[in-house]
Design a protein. Structure first.
Length: 709
């Protein structure tokens, strides 16, 4: 992930958490819809606007019947009922008489909530209902466990007939307010609670509406709730329909595809530069470079517009100056940006932080992949200065010891110690289990640089630049150097990294699977790496571990040293398939599908790397983000790998190489696939032992389908 969890991360509240997001706001609550102030809350720009939001019936928790987020990720609904209540101005009330439907949505930085109560009892009911609320205005990093030496000032609450305004003035002088407004004035309203005394006739229904936002607005009402829900649903539907759509003969598999697409739509924010997938909820709901690039690569064959938005945003935020505090240097691509008070005050470097060694070559790599997929040289022309600047960093400051490999060593103690995708402090080490001393050259990063050099060679040639052959020659020199310096014959795989002394970190890790994805290894070594990744040391039958069983520091419950990350498994799968291991890719996709089923169709950021056992589910990692963009996008990269499908936008050709389908899926449809100026549908079907791919309808046209093998 973008940055590893802090050691002091609080444990989540017991029970499942549910999330909604829109723009730069998101809300996380428990199954009842309550916010307790642990790892949950309503957040805006990395600041918590609600730290408590709890429903009580006569000072008792309502009983949970069930809770869910709708298929389009717009509405959260909790179904609740009353516990037994003592006599309140009449007779007592037994359990399960009052049904409470708590429905919530988030739209344009505002939370809308409807409480719908219905009396199924035989007598009229008097129901004391209380909503407790608070706003601590804590920075996201405070919520994650960091302590500050000083905070701003909580201002006096302002209470009116139907509104409470809770406010805070930060140390930087910025004022924030959380405005809580009720459609029906409470009988008692204080700075921390709203009390209602509801009279419910037999078989009657009563609705209460509440809104929470940064400023006052119209009084909440049924009409406003319906209108905002309609807008949110329309926006979600439009976002899900970007690019091509998929359908299969497997109802449950199709449900996984649809849920994954809906999660990506939820996490994608429309910025002035275009759509951008925020990394994950709750810890990483912001712009990350590495995460967004990999998510864009996962969706590229279906939706190139996401890649275009990511490229434009990252180019616009490329570093132009050197800063040790921000780990920045000219040409470097941003790792992470934050908008909270601690970032604004530079208490942390993450306001705009560049401490990712892989993001810059990945940026160039994505530009090349986007151009090949679309044939769009206009965007490349727009990005060309940024691409040249990125290559300048790669060949300059990115190779700090001038040994030909891009490396990292954090410039300030406030930055990340490890700056690849495995960026927790204990993730990069040698065969003796000792931390690698920098500057560290990670094996997968050299693959990304190789792909970046090849992309520059191709793009320069198409632009008529004179240095196309030079880029190509540099790529081949790097290939030879990686093969010579990183390969470990005794292990049958590549070293995790080279340390600052040029010594190999002889550790069997999943990182070489990313090297396969870039096409750097020779076929013989690629076959041996594939065999390693498919062996029981790595393959849990739920997914691929980040570290092989038996290695120093192996721990299936750790963040990076033996856990399973879906995006990592997807990249390894695509790498294996690139070298022809299509059956292995299909088996991994089937395993990942069965994992998703047990996680209710949502792959988390990561889960524990325990081996699969009959009748037992995969084991969750306790503070994993859910949803997570590159976890949701994994299915699409793995499916493309199984199909052996590549789109050549320059020639308007679709290439298919020995396609496979996952177990149990006999048909796949790909609708509205855009190639050049054409919009077409593809069919994929199992026929006996073969899988065939064809253009549906009239096959005559400017797009050619070419089958290999």
């Amino acid at each position: 992930m973008g940055d590893a969890p802090l050691d002091a991360d609080p444990s989540p509240p017991t029970g499942r958490l549910f999330a909604l997001k829109h723009g730069d706001s998101f809300v996380v609550a428990d199954s009842r819809g309550d916010i307790s102030g642990d790892a949950d809350g309503l957040f805006f720009n990395d600041t918590r606007l609600l730290s408590r939001f709890r429903l009580r019936i006569a000072d008792r928790l309502p009983t949970l019947l069930g809770a869910a987020v709708g298929h389009d990720n717009v509405l959260f609904t909790a179904n609740l009922t009353n516990q037994p209540l003592p006599p309140i101005g009449g007779q007592s009330m037994r359990q399960g008489v009052i049904h409470i439907e708590r429905t919530r949505l988030l739209w344009e930085n505002r939370l809308y909530e409807r409480l719908r109560l219905r009396n199924y009892g035989q007598h009229a009911a008097r129901l004391p209902l209380r909503l407790e609320f608070a706003a601590d205005f804590r920075d996201m990093f405070e919520v994650r466990g960091l302590r500050r030496s000083a905070r701003g000032q909580m201002l006096a609450a302002v209470v009116a007939e139907d509104t409470v305004v809770l406010s805070y003035e930060g140390l930087d002088g910025l004022r924030l307010s959380s405005v809580i407004t009720f459609g029906t004035p409470p009988v008692d309203l204080s700075p921390g609670a709203a009390d209602f005394d509801l009279q419910l006739p037999v078989d009657s229904r009563t609705d209460l509406f509440v809104e929470v936002g940064l400023a006052t607005a119209e009084r909440p009402s049924r009409a406003r709730f319906r209108a905002m829900a309609a807008r949110a649903r329309f926006a979600a539907r439009s976002s899900r329909r970007r690019g091509a759509t998929l359908g299969t003969s497997g109802r449950v598999f199709s449900e996984w595809l649809n849920r994954s697409r809906a999660d990506l739509a939820l996490l994608t924010t429309d910025l002035p530069t275009g759509p951008y997938p925020y990394a994950g909820i709750p810890w990483f709901s912001t712009t990350f470079g590495r995460d967004a690039i990999i998510t864009a690569l996962q969706l590229l064959w279906l939706d190139p517009s996401l890649a275009a938005g990511v490229l434009r945003f990252l180019a616009a935020n490329q570093a132009t100056e050197t800063s040790r505090f921000h780990d920045a240097a000219p040409g470097k691509i941003m790792h992470e940006s934050r908008k909270g008070e601690m970032a604004r005050l530079s208490e942390l470097p993450f306001g705009r932080y560049y401490g990712g060694v892989d993001t810059t070559p990945l940026f160039v790599m994505l530009a090349g992949a986007y151009a090949e997929r679309t044939g769009d040289l206009d965007l490349i022309a727009e990005l060309w200065p940024a691409l040249l600047a990125a290559m300048g960093w790669i060949e300059g400051d990115g190779d700090s010891d001038r040994d030909g490999f891009v490396d990292y060593a954090r410039a300030a103690e406030t930055g990340l110690a490890n700056q690849g995708w495995k960026d927790s402090e204990d993730s990069i080490f040698d065969a003796g289990g000792q931390d690698a001393i920098g500057p560290v050259a990670l094996v997968e990063v050299q693959g990304y640089v190789f792909a970046a050099l090849r992309a520059m060679a191709d793009l320069a040639g198409r632009r008529g630049e004179a240095d196309a052959a030079l880029w190509s020659a540099k790529a081949e020199r790097l290939r030879a150097a990686v093969e010579e310096r990183f390969w470990v014959e005794q292990l049958g795989t590549y070293a995790l990294a080279l340390d600052g002394a040029g010594r190999q970190c002889r550790v069997r890790a999943s990182n070489p699977g990313h090297l396969l994805y870039t096409g750097l290894p020779c076929p013989e070594r690629a076959e041996r790496v594939t065999a390693q990744l498919l062996s029981p040391a790595f393959n849990t039958r739920w997914g691929i571990r980040t570290l092989a069983q038996g290695e120093p520091r192996f721990n299936p419950m750790s963040y990076h040293n033996g856990s399973v990350w879906p995006h990592d498994t997807a990249l390894c799968t695509a790498g294996m398939a690139r070298y022809g291991a299509r059956a292995g890719a299909a088996a991994l996709l089937t395993d990942m599908f069965e994992t998703a089923v047990r996680f209710e169709m949502r792959l988390p950021e990561l889960f524990c790397g325990f081996e699969r056992r009959a009748g037992e589910p995969p084991i969750a990692y306790p503070v994993a983000c859910l949803p997570q963009a590159w976890a949701a996008g994994s299915v699409f990269m793995m499916l493309q790998a199984c199909l052996g499908l590549r789109i050549d936008g320059w020639r308007r050709e679709i290439h298919v190489d020995r396609p496979h389908l996952p177990v149990g899926i006999d048909r796949l449809s790909i609708r509205h696939l855009r190639v050049g100026g054409s919009d077409l549908d593809l069919g994929v079907e199992r026929v006996g032992r073969r899988v065939v791919v064809y253009i549906e309808g009239d096959t005559a046209g400017p797009v050619q389908l070419i089958s290999h093998g």
